[in-house]
Design a protein around this ligand. Structure first.
Ligand code: A3P
Length: 314
């Protein structure tokens, strides 16, 4: 899939005051019509958005959000694939390349809609920045998310036959890789105190899932007041349960993929689920080079990785 620089029709200048003309944004080649459709998308007042970069714990958070928004209907959650309950906005256009039907899964969803997207703030619907629908953003250490993305890509056929080290070297060869990741997260980090934004990290979810569940439930006005319900949520969202749950392992999604190498080597979607797992998967020199590129962008934005990952939060 060839990715190119794209320019949205307008920018969220009401939210973040910066020189947006310098913000490099990327999406699949020949997707202007799709991006315009998204830009002009009509939102409903009770729409909730989960926005992340790929492999940052989206599915994990999405499962929690869906349950909170749907009266903790565990039976439905265990019966229906997550992608059907909560569609991924860009999925259809990326897989089927059919503009006509691209937004249909979201349009046909009953309220309250929980919509997943990996788009940057400026590429999300303009109504979202104006009407300020609730957004939950999850960040993760980029090295862990890139390793995770590799295994995901192998299962989906895109990286089949390529080693993790080869894949990572290709990422490093892209001079925009660090900026794409850090700026995506930093924009939402800057909005983290807005009443309509809840910003967190995979690392924080690993450290204190109960705390995150509490925070998110209050953020969505669906507080969890009973300990047995909290216990049930913690169990349903545990790595072990999510790993064996067919509805949270993107089986429906995998079945849609048409790549000739799809399914030749399969890695479970809920795979390793660790913080800093990259340390025993990447070469030391790759880690050093990636961290140097990332640090440059962090410094330009006057923010640290600890801040973006909320590592210093109590
Ligand atoms: P790994 O490949 O590092 O294991 P996303 O949903 O954004 O694509 O993120 C997928 C990553 O989240 C995978 O990371 C997956 O294992 C991890 N994950 C999903 N559910 C999890 C859970 N309950 N606990 C810990 N990690 C989880």
């Amino acid at each position: 899939m060839e990715r190119v620089q794209v320019t949205p029709r307008s920018y969220p200048t009401n939210l973040i005051d910066k020189d947006w003309s310098n913000r490099k944004l990327f999406f699949r080649k020949n997707s202007d019509d799709f991006l315009n459709l998204v830009h002009d998308m009509k939102l409903r007042d009770d729409d909730v958005w989960i926005v992340t970069l790929p492999k940052c714990g989206t599915t994990w958070m999405q499962e929690l959000l869906w349950l909170l928004l749907n009266n903790l209907d565990f039976d439905e959650a265990l019966a229906k694939d997550q992608e059907i309950r909560s569609p991924f906005l860009e999925f259809d256009i990326l897989v089927n390349e059919d503009l006509e039907r691209s937004l249909r899964p979201v349009e046909e969803l009953k309220s309250p809609r929980l919509i997943k997207s990996h788009l940057s703030l400026a590429l999300l619907p303009s109504q979202l920045w104006q009407r300020k629908n609730k957004v939950i953003y999850v960040f993760r250490n980029p090295l862990d998310s890139i390793v995770s993305r590799y295994y995901h890509g192998v299962s989906f056929g895109i990286h089949y036959g390529k080693s993790l080290h080869q894949y990572f070297d290709e990422i490093l060869a892209n001079e925009d890789f660090a900026a794409e990741i850090i700026e995506h997260a930093y924009e939402f980090y800057q909005l983290r105190n807005e009443p309509w934004v809840y910003y967190t990290s995979f690392e924080r979810m690993k450290k204190d899932l109960r705390g995150v569940i509490n925070d998110v439930s209050i953020f969505l006005d669906k507080p969890i007041n009973e300990e047995p319900i909290m216990e049930r949520l913690l169990k349903h969202l545990s790595f072990e349960e999510m790993k064996k749950n067919p509805t949270t392992n993107h089986l429906w999604e995998r079945a849609q993929i048409k790549h000739k190498n799809a399914g030749k080597e399969i890695h479970p979607f809920v795979r390793r689920g660790e913080v800093n797992g990259y340390k025993d998967e990447l070469k030391p020199e790759q880690i050093e080079k990636a961290n140097a590129c990332i640090k440059k962008i962090l410094d330009n934005n006057s923010v640290t990785m600890e801040e973006l990952l909320l590592l210093n939060n109590p």
